[in-house]
Design a protein around this ligand. Sequence first.
Ligand code: ADP
Ligand code: MG
Length: 408
Amino acid sequence: MDIHEYQAKEMLAGFGVTVPPGALAYSPEQAAYRAREIGGDRWVVKAQVHAGGRGQSGGIKICDNEQEIYEAADGMFGQKLVTHQTGPKGKGIYRVFVETAVTVERELYLGLVLDRSSQRVMIVASAAGGMAVEEIAAEKPDSIVRALVEPAVGLQDFQAREMAFELGLDPALTRSFTRTLQGCHRAFTELDATMVEINPLVITGDNRMLALDARMTFDANALFRHPQVSELRDKSQEDPREARAADRGLSYVGLDGNIGCIVNGAGLAMATMDTIKLAGGAPANFLDIGGGATPERVAKAFRLVMSDTNVQAVLVNVFAGINRCDWVAEGVVQALRDVSVDVPVVVRLAGTNIAEGQKILAKSGLPIIRANTLSEAAERAVGAWKHDRSQGFNPRSAASANTLRVVS
Ligand code: ADP
Ligand code: MG
């Protein structure tokens, strides 16, 4: 789970990281008012979206008076900000952060990530801050310094001092750097983060070290034990389909195709998506209903997939081990009866209670297309979708609602 810059700053400040004075606003009036509260004569208005790259996309504006702040904020609220990290649809701006503008002498990069190969928290820093870490890695790989934290003893001050030296920091700043690093590391481990990034970490004209930007990502599986983090979730920044799925405890990733997928197991879900591609279609989603899925859970998954208006055919592929084909079949039938599903539905079942499952599907009297193998199922789903398309029929569009459907 991601949080906003202002939230990450507040969190990190609680762990001893120094940040510039700033305040949040929900309207242009409030932005101007908050600047007055902060004081000073130069501010930055920063769009709060769950993505970096705002500086290059109009999401960061330096302002010299309240009028400019009002106008900068007014130009942001309600807009979609598109950066290289948001995808082409962009992310909505509903909050702005007003912050004291500081004079920047040097920009550093600081990131903490989970390094899976060493099973350690890895600290990555670079003297070439301000640009994205991918750019630093491509353009100035030699500027990157790394350190691994030994979990038994935690981050050691000498590691921070060593890094400060490698970054060529003024020795007078070693202490600030150590405190910043220790604060980030404590926040990372105590809050079950998977990423903490300060880019840029700056050195100001008066030789102070400040976090000018901050990003944090948290392990969704550990959120239950950090209510102070989980309450920071902002659904306006998430793909609405994925937000709905998360609310229902389903593992779902929205994609751009038209074939909705309901599958058990991440591996089988990936294989199903591949097979759909092979059959000439494109999956609308990744969805893993998990093991031991009840009919209610299957029906929930079905409704979720159908709520995506791009879905023009559904493929249910369940290889039941812990799952039961009869429960899956019941769930499919239940969902088809509840919501008027107007697209072709292909079901392929295998494994536990297969005979009972097939019976439930057959007895339902619903127009479910059955398949025995995965490739057959994918071909039928893609075939049905292509057939509709060749007839100029889009089952999900209002224009096609009264069109006579020719089914071969
Ligand atoms: P993003 O990473 O999304 O582009 P940042 O918060 O890193 O957003 O801001 C981009 C750039 O804007 C920074 O590298 C810095 O040069 C400038 N900037 C951001 N905040 C301030 C601030 N408080 N004072 C002065 N400059 C700032
Ligand atoms: Mg940044």
